[in-house]
Design a binder for this molecule. Structure first.
Ligand code: SAM
Ligand code: FES
Length: 349
């Protein structure tokens, strides 16, 4: 117990541990340790961001995808997925509604190989013309460097591309052979070089994940030093090859959120929808464990159920305004407040 607390204190002071120390930290989790690290993470988070929680409006622009990730409900081979593509006008309308609700960041997420890059560039430009004081985040998977450059030049500020796992063998177990760990890592490197604020991340409890692979994820986050990191539990989806695997668990996710906050005190760390799906109060617990971002859904209600990455996803029947009000209440109940701002990473603190 004391040894693990020492590791936590070391991480808090030095923001770095060795691979084997990360592994010991993961192996040594007990209820008491979990409480201890969550308190430390909350202190750090409050010292950097106070009690502000940043909101990002998530617009799920299409569920078509050319890929076949084994875990993902919108994979190409899922014949039960009712496909849709939002038009530029639909996306702009979602952003307008979001702006009126206080959102100053829009996240355009979707499957891959659907839109022409120039079309996404037009959409990004138009959002920036309407809302010059807002940030646009893209989460559209792997692309060529030249396409990432075009999108950046069109005005995109941030890019979310979860690395999924920092262990190459594990990566192969989660993806078909057309997708490679090397390309994923190359994409992340390119995004950073171009100048995007970059987010990586992974699913907690994904099939074949171990504390050894998780330790590599933590070391990767330490070295890559992303601006954002999206972690949430893996949740099986009934039409995927991983349908019979168990979901990731809440406490491991919360523990990892706290560890990541100590690795990088100013990181932007969402309490994800997946966390809110496996536990009614998952997002609140996430904030109390060190997260400082929530990403409510701004997609049109007509398509929400169709963006079914995993089963039983929350907020698929609610209007954007309902989601906004609901989160506001939940966040104020735990003593935090929603910030109406772009919510950039704090460089000085
Ligand atoms: N196509 C883009 C990409 O791969 O980066 C963006 C969309 S993809 C659906 C966004 C994220 O959803 C993935 O990075 C993955 O971590 C997460 N995801 C997919 N299936 C999931 C599942 N069954 N449970 C939890 N998260 C899942
Ligand atoms: Fe393409 Fe999941 S397989 S978004």
């Amino acid at each position: 117990m004391e040894k693990i607390k020492q590791l936590i204190d070391k991480l808090k002071n030095e923001h770095s541990l060795s691979l084997s120390e990360y592994e010991s930290l993961l192996n040594g989790r007990t209820a008491e340790i979990q409480e201890y690290i969550a308190k430390e993470a909350e202190k750090v988070r409050i010292s950097v961001y106070g009690r502000d929680v940043f909101i990002r409006g998530l617009i799920e622009i299409s569920n078509r995808c050319k890929n076949n990730c084994f875990y993902c409900g919108i994979r190409k081979d899922n014949k039960n997925c009712d496909r849709y593509i939002l038009l530029k006008e639909d996306i702009i309308n979602c952003a307008k509604e979001g702006y009126n609700l206080g959102f100053r960041t829009f996240v355009l997420q979707g499957g891959e190989g659907v839109y022409k890059v120039n079309d996404i560039c037009d959409t990004v430009k138009e959002i920036k013309e309407h809302f010059p004081n807002c940030a646009v985040t893209l989460s559209l998977g792997e692309m060529l460097k030249e396409d990432y450059i075009k999108l950046y030049e069109a005005g995109a500020d941030r890019y979310l591309l979860r690395h999924e796992t920092a262990d190459e063998e594990h990566y192969k177990k989660l993806h078909p052979k057309e997708l490679s760990f090397k390309n994923r890592m190359e994409c992340l490197k390119n995004l950073k070089e171009i100048g995007y604020q970059v987010g990586c991340g992974f699913m907690v409890g994904s099939p074949y994940q171990t504390n050894k692979t998780l330790a590599k994820d933590l070391k990767f986050i330490e070295n890559f030093s992303p601006d954002m990191c999206g972690i949430g539990p893996f949740i099986p989806q009934k039409d995927t090859p991983f349908k019979n695997f168990p979901a990731g668990d809440v406490n491991t996710t919360l523990y990892l959120l706290s560890v990541i906050r100590l690795i990088k005190p100013n990181i932007l760390l969402p309490a994800t929808t997946a966390l809110g799906t496996i536990d009614e109060f998952g997002r609140e617990k996430g904030i109390l464990a060190g997260a400082n971002v929530v990403m409510p859904n701004l997609s049109p209600v007509t398509v929400r159920k169709k963006y079914a990455l995993y089963d039983n996803k929350i907020c698929t029947g609610d209007e954007s305004a309902q989601c906004r009000t609901c989160l506001e209440k939940r966040i104020s109940k735990i003593g935090y407040r929603i910030s109406v701002s772009k919510g950039d990473i704090k460089k000085q603190f």
